[in-house]
Design a protein around this ligand. Structure first.
Ligand SMILES: [Mn+2]
Length: 306
């Protein structure tokens, strides 16, 4: 019996609340379920919220004790890149300009007096987090399930072992930072989702004030519900939302049509989830932006929302 939990972003209080509602109890400092239910965490444990260190303690302790599994979110991957020195080109694999620092600042602040723990416990742990989970009865990925990328990862290792420690290899981090080799697209799309170049003239200004010519897509939208631009594109200008999707765009957009359910987070959806029987189910409802932390109980097909 499995429960899945979406993006937490340092909201440990909400995490403890949702665990209690689902019947998990703390024993010996580790949450576990009397009926031996297992948890799956969908990534993005760090950044933004007030209790990042506590969140990591809860999640990692459950994983270490075999009560949970945690996959990688883009924030954990970004942290690896942010803190790993690029020995060839200098600097770090993720830039330290204001945009990147701003996204990561709460984690930096909250670990200011725990740098050894951050460097020796949590960063090494992030390296070991799987990019996806494939089980008999469900799949999990942080942002977007794409069979081509999953197949690539099944035949190409992104890891190296240093003194017995599994790590994402320096070569992979360098290729990702240089946006080169298939590894860039694989990591980018599994962890951050897919984008699509908009038709000419449909540029829009995003929430950070940047003019964008491509939009993130709702790859998880069932094909039969893809009628208008707003059904498939995220964040686009309102004036384009009601445009009817033309056939060529419709055909080019990624779709998920497997029978197995896939669970993911990442998309900062608003409101509350409604369709518990969908094949692709997002569990990120913006807990870090006054929204909800959301879990899903796989056996009873129910959402738990706090
Ligand atoms: Mn994310």
């Amino acid at each position: 019996m499995v429960d899945l939990i979406g993006d937490i972003h340092g909201h440990a209080d909400k995490l403890e609340e949702i665990l209690a509602i689902m019947g998990y109890v703390k024993e010996g400092g580790v949450y576990q379920h009397p009926a031996k239910r297992k948890l799956v965490f969908l990534g993005d444990y760090i950044d933004r919220g007030p209790k990042i260190r506590e969140t990591l303690q809860i999640v990692k302790a459950m994983c270490d004790a075999g009560h949970a599994r945690a996959i990688m979110g883009n924030h954990e991957f970004n942290a690896i890149c942010f803190h790993t020195k690029d020995k060839e080109r200098g600097g770090f694999y993720r830039k330290h300009t204001v945009v990147e620092i701003d996204q990561h600042i709460e984690t930096l602040r909250q670990f200011r007096n725990y740098t050894q723990e951050w460097e020796q416990v949590y960063l090494p742990w992030f390296h070991t987090l799987p990019l996806y989970l494939e089980q008999d009865d469900f799949r999990a990925v942080h942002a977007c399930w794409d069979d081509t990328h999953i197949n690539w990862l099944e035949t190409n290792s992104i890891y190296e072992f240093i003194q017995g420690q599994k790590r994402i290899s320096e070569m992979v981090l360098a290729q990702y930072a240089a946006k080169k080799s298939p590894v860039y697209e694989v990591l980018e799309e599994l962890l951050k989702g897919k984008e699509f170049d908009l038709p000419a003239g449909q540029e829009f200004v995003d929430k950070d004030g940047t003019t964008r010519k491509s939009a993130r897509i709702k790859w998880f939208q069932p094909v039969e519900d893809r009628k208008l631009h707003k059904d498939v594109f995220l964040g686009i200008g309102e004036e384009f939302g009601d445009l009817v999707l033309d056939e060529s765009i419709h055909a080019a957009l990624h779709r998920y049509d497997a029978d197995k359910s896939v669970f993911f987070g990442h998309y900062w959806l608003k409101g509350k989830p409604t369709d518990a029987l969908a094949k692709s189910i997002c569990l990120d409802y913006s807990v870090a932006k006054d929204g909800h932390l959301v879990a899903y109980r796989l056996d009873s097909k129910e959402f738990v929302i706090v």
